[in-house]
Design a protein around this ligand. Structure first.
Ligand SMILES: Nc1ncnc2c1ncn2[C@@H]1O[C@H](COP(=O)(O)OP(=O)(O)OP(=O)(O)O)[C@@H](O)[C@H]1O
Ligand SMILES: [Mg+2]
Length: 267
């Protein structure tokens, strides 16, 4: 579904030259949920923006369903890192969720049905008439997720969507993403700097090195598909996997950035 080949991104301007992403190559299968984890500043947002066609790569290519990405591809939805800035404060929640559907040319009745369904999916059926600023941070992020869902994307790109919400809300939202992914068969690329979150959510985890970024390791998460915040996180295998990823990231921060190892940790 998604094919990233030799992606490189260098930011230039006002005398600065920042090589954010050096050389990233990976694929994501249709219907897969892949987490990208890497240290802060390693270029995760940059990568996701290139995948979503919001930024042009300096080198390399991104293919989505076989087509080269050269602008926001249809069928892709984005949930941004800063939910506070991703909703329009002058529009009600329902209008925010409906906005991208107008672009799809759906009639009013169809738009209304999709909005209601998406808000119900995230547990906000009653919030359509509220303004975003009347909601808590976690609720606003659920609105952003509902907006992405209403669009009925094939590919959902999520950039540290829960970084700014409290632990309990975060756990609920993680379970929401897993549930929606399983129900809807969407392909999800989920970026986080939280190792436990990456292992809990993902079917596969790509560990990124520190900037300039390469894929340091790809790890299959061999936990059962039915996950639970208490029992999964207490499982010995979960601890093994998260310890392994933690060690790889620590090595990356120490500068072992070019080491690449694709072997999963032993059982
Ligand atoms: N528009 C820009 N112009 C110049 N440099 C930029 C720009 N955006 C990002 N960078 C630089 O690129 C590097 C990677 O930034 P990016 O935001 O992609 O990292 P990140 O992994 O998402 O970080 P975080 O975990 O803090 O969100 C950083 O060094 C950053 O300063
Ligand atoms: Mg970021």
């Amino acid at each position: 579904m998604l094919d990233v080949r030799g992606l490189r991104k260098v930011y230039e301007g006002s005398g600065r030259h920042v090589e954010a992403v050096r050389d990233l190559t990976f694929t994501v299968e249709a219907g897969e949920l892949v987490c990208l984890v890497g240290p802060s500043g390693c270029g995760k947002t940059t990568l996701l923006k290139c995948v979503g066609g919001l930024l042009e790569p300096t080198a390399g290519e991104v293919f989505l369903a076989g087509r080269k990405v050269d602008g926001p591809p249809p069928g892709t939805a984005f949930v941004f890192q800063e939910y506070g800035r991703s909703l329009f404060p002058w529009m009600r929640v329902g209008q925010n969720v409906e906005l991208p559907l107008k672009q799809k040319g759906f009639d009013r009745a169809r738009r209304r049905a999709l909005v209601a369904d998406a808000l119900a999916s995230v547990g906000l059926a009653d919030a359509a008439g509220a303004y975003p600023w009347q909601l808590s941070g976690g609720m606003q992020q659920r609105v952003a997720i509902a907006r992405a869902l209403a669009y009925e994307p094939e590919v959902l790109l999520m950039d540290e969507p829960f970084a700014a919400v409290d632990a309990q809300t975060r756990a609920d939202l993680e379970d929401l993403v897993r549930r929606l992914w399983r129900e809807r068969g969407i392909t999800v690329l989920f970026v986080t700097h939280d190792i436990d979150e990456a292992v809990y959510l993902g079917e596969r985890v790509l560990v990124l090195s520190a900037s300039p970024t390469v894929v340091q390791e790809q790890l299959k998460v061999d936990l059962p598909p039915e996950r639970d915040q208490l029992s999964t996180r207490a499982a010995p295998r979960f601890t093994e996997l998260r310890t392994h990823v933690y060690e790889r990231i620590r090595a990356a921060k120490r500068g072992g950035a070019t080491v690449r190892k694709d072997t999963p940790p032993p059982h």
